[in-house]
Design a protein around this ligand. Structure first.
Ligand code: GLU
Ligand code: ZN
Length: 436
């Protein structure tokens, strides 16, 4: 079982989307289930409506899930599991004050060593738990640190070993009884029967703690981990919400289509892809997550434009035309002609709008445009461009630049573009509207 565990704390980022795509893809390869867990336990950071937005984005990318739940629904189970660890002597109640912990942290900092819990309450008897509760004395629950190194055989990062002291006896339940991030995460992975976790490398340091929790909870399913390298912006810094291109919403607004975004994200750090332009179902056949590069990948806007163009070229003509408010094979073909000079649906839309919008007759070629427009309004339907051209020449006696510049402006609303002989057959049934 695989999962995608987004936090509803901000806009969906392409790093998150990539994680979702890869978990979905590998679930498909293993013919296993794929669940969505909304990690909403940090109430102060949750943003209303972001959970729905995330689900809508997943739907746009057709990343179908078998189940979805909010982590907060499991609060009771997290608490029960923490108490179980306490009963089994694998965790202990800790009454060290905030001040004591703070002092220890300060000291560690002064000595330039990493902070570790003092171990002060390590051997406190479990019977203290109910006494503290009765007396209303604040306490947290800490898990006992491991006795041996925790080893993670990461599919991408290789073997990583973490010493018991580095894992430390860390807090699993806070004073207010809420689980800490790592505890909630590990409990839920266990409760859902997760056996493979694909996520960003920013979670690499959480892995030993989560593994340790699952070990002490006697979770006997071995979990495979794959931590994906960071995506960098053009400055070589981690691509963040502040980078436009990092946001899925921005990519949509700019006119990138879901298939192309998926394609691009599956190529990041992937030197083994047998082709450059493909759709997700094809990638399921050959994608091998273990061959992804360990090093960060740079977001490359030119590359994603190239891939987007490839997907627009592959799209069914009529379907493509619907993106611009038509349901017409010819408008789809017209859009494809413009892929010579455009790569996104936003850019194509501007080209098509220029063709259909009323033309301005105020410019340098306005007079000739008016003449041609009048001729067209009274002309019969002409199928062939050469015959159409001859008809205009005969009626207007315009020629060379005096003919072609105004004619192009009148038919396309632009001074340059694809060959008129290619455009004409695609717009001829709209000619009266176009040439006005
Ligand atoms: N909620 C975490 C995030 O959005 C993911 C946690 C995980 O995959 O384990 O980064
Ligand atoms: Zn303590």
């Amino acid at each position: 079982m695989l999962r995608f565990a987004p936090s509803p704390t901000g806009d969906m980022h392409i790093g998150n989307l990539r994680v979702a795509i890869l978990n979905y893809l590998v679930a498909q390869q293993k013919q296993d289930s794929f669940v969505i867990r909304i990690e909403d336990t940090d109430k102060s950071r949750n943003i209303e409506g972001k959970d729905t937005e995330i689900m809508q984005i997943l739907e746009k990318f057709a990343l179908i899930h078998d189940n979805v739940f909010h982590q907060s629904e499991h609060l009771h189970m997290h608490q029960t599991l923490a108490i179980r660890l306490l009963q089994e002597g694998k965790a202990f109640v800790c009454t060290c004050s905030v001040q004591e912990i703070e002092d220890d942290r300060e000291n560690a900092k002064k000595n330039s060593v990493a902070y570790r819990y003092s171990g002060h309450c390590h051997d406190v008897d479990k019977s203290q738990h109910s006494k503290l509760k009765e007396q209303g004395i604040p306490f947290v629950v800490r898990i006992k640190k491991p006795t041996e190194d925790i080893i993670n055989h990461d599919l991408i990062k290789g073997d990583i070993s973490t010493a018991p002291n580095e894992v430390d006896s860390f807090v699993i339940l806070r004073e207010d009884g809420t689980p800490t991030y790592n505890f909630a995460c590990a409990c839920d992975d266990m409760l859902s029967g997760i056996d493979m976790i694909i996520r960003g490398e920013d979670h690499l340091s959480n892995t030993p703690r989560q593994k340790h929790i699952k070990n002490l909870l006697d979770y006997d399913i071995d979990t495979i981990y794959a931590h994906l390298p960071t995506i960098l912006n053009t400055d070589g810094k981690k691509l963040s919400k502040r980078d436009n291109a990092g946001s899925v919403k921005w990519l949509f607004e700019e006119g990138f289509v879901p298939d192309a975004i998926i394609n691009y994200l599956l190529l990041l750090g992937n030197s083994k892809a047998p082709k450059e332009i493909f759709k997700l179902p094809e990638a399921i056949e050959w994608f091998d997550i273990s061959t992804l590069s360990k090093s960060p990948a740079k977001f490359d806007i030119d590359k994603i434009r190239f891939i987007n163009r490839g997907h627009l070229l592959m799209m069914d003509d009529r379907e493509l035309s619907t993106l611009f408010g038509f349901a017409d094979v010819e408008i789809g073909q017209l859009a494809k002609l413009y892929l010579e000079e455009a790569s996104t649906t936003k850019e194509l839309e501007a080209k098509i709008r220029a063709i259909f919008n009323p033309k301005s007759f105020d410019g340098e070629w306005g007079e000739q445009m008016r003449t041609i427009s009048d001729i067209i309004q009274n002309a019969p339907m002409i199928n062939d461009f050469e015959k159409f051209k001859k008809y205009i020449i005969d009626k207007s006696s315009l020629k060379d630049d005096n003919l072609f510049k105004p004619l192009r402006l009148l038919l396309t609303g632009a001074e340059n573009g694809p060959e008129l002989s290619l455009i004409y057959p695609l717009i001829k049934s709209y000619l009266l509207e176009v040439a006005s």
